[in-house]
Design a protein around this ligand. Structure first.
Ligand code: IPM
Ligand code: MG
Length: 364
């Protein structure tokens, strides 16, 4: 151990800008990363890779084998957003979203962390009343490589005169156990309260889920476990979101509940995510590619910048640098700067790039 000497970090990052607003929000995150290098003396090599619509246009497939290889050879992945109307009518295997699912599965990223924190500067930006959302600080732990997104049988087939579309919710004990553990471990680092969300009153897959989560709880006696049906959880998130600390749930329920949780914060443009579980992590904003506002310099880059902060913390152990970015975001918001999605009386509306400038100025 060397005392008093700073140890610089040198890491490789695969950057997948993607489609729509992806490239412009990622650009701001990378400028913030430049600033972290300057201020703290670390080095982050970046290599760009294609996925989604950009990959379809360039190579004909949404996830070129080369992209997966590049990701696997790096220490972490930063992703913008994938998809857009141009490719919406493509057959299933040729949709940009297939590329995203392939990345998650290919990298073994079964645990998706989606924190939703309401900054007090933004408590008026929510469609809900200030006293309902102010102080909300919850974390959704979404299972990311199983459930109905990947279950078989699936597909569209003929049945006499009719066509039938089938998808299957499948969860194995091992899959439930590992995501439950991720939920409990996250809760242990926070307020020690875990809510497991399922639909055990109807679905067998959920009945198994509830049983296994309850078993795993034996290893975490210091964490308080509760269960909610997903419909009730959707309601509770609006009625009394402050009751939640960590929520652990399946792939599909987590997809839906995390969009809902995002709106507590005022804008889905605020929500970062980390996908963990494999040998490296992937970091992406929760929002989509927003093709309608792409290229106009009005998109909110905060979710991507906050995703970068999660990368520094979870993949590189740079807690201090990560908190520095979060603090910079808070300061800029407290000074009254907002992107258009957070428009409110008295705020100064800035573009994508200017929001990036403001945040990196705060950092150093
Ligand atoms: C998300 C998105 C994706 C999902 C889509 C784009 C495939 O909605 O990350 O929440 O459903 O997982
Ligand atoms: Mg979603």
């Amino acid at each position: 151990m060397t005392w008093g000497r700073k140890i610089d970090v040198h890491k490789n990052i695969t950057v997948i800008p993607g489609d729509g607003i992806g490239p412009e929000v990622v650009e701001q995150a990378l400028r913030v990363l430049d600033q972290i290098e300057r201020v703290h003396g670390h080095r982050f090599e970046r290599v760009e890779a294609l996925a989604g619509g950009a990959a379809l246009d360039a190579t004909g497939v949404p996830l070129p084998a080369e992209t997966l290889e590049t990701c696997k050879a790096s220490d972490a992945v930063l992703l913008g957003a994938l998809g857009g109307p141009k490719w919406d009518a493509n057959p299933p295997g040729k949709k940009p979203e297939t590329g995203l699912l392939g990345l998650r599965a290919g990298l073994g990223l079964y645990a998706n962390l989606r924190p939703a924190r309401v900054y007090s500067a933004l408590a008026n930006a929510s469609t809900l009343k200030r006293d309902v959302v102010e102080g909300v600080d919850l974390l959704i732990v979404r299972e990311l490589t199983g459930g109905i997104y990947f279950g078989k049988p699936r597909g569209i087939s003929k049945e006499g005169e009719e066509e039938v579309g089938i998808n299957t919710e499948v969860y194995r004990t091992s899959e439930i156990r590992r995501i439950a553990k991720a939920g409990f471990e996250a809760a242990r680092k926070r307020r020690r309260k875990l809510t497991s969300v399922d639909k055990a009153n109807v679905l067998e897959a959920s009945q198994l889920w509830r049983r296994v989560v309850t078993e795993v709880a034996n290893d975490f006696p210091d964490v308080e476990l509760g269960h909610l049906y997903v419909d009730n959880c959707a309601m509770q998130l609006i009625a009394n979101p402050k009751q939640f600390d960590v929520v652990v749930t399946s792939n599909l329920f987590g997809d839906i509940l995390s969009d809902e949780a995002a709106m507590l914060t005022g804008s889905i443009g605020m929500l970062p995510s980390a996908s963990l579980g494999g040998s490296l992590g992937m970091y992406e904003p929760v929002h989509g590619s927003a093709p309608d506002i792409a290229g106009k310099d009005i998109a909110n880059p905060i979710a991507t910048i906050a995703s970068l902060a999660m990368m520094l913390k979870y993949s590189f152990g740079l807690q201090h640098e990560s908190e520095g970015i979060e603090q910079a975001i808070v300061s800029v918001l407290e000074k009254g700067f907002r992107t258009a999605d957070l428009r409110e009386e008295g705020a100064t509306i800035v573009g994508t790039r200017q929001m990036g400038d403001l945040i990196l100025e705060e950092i150093g």
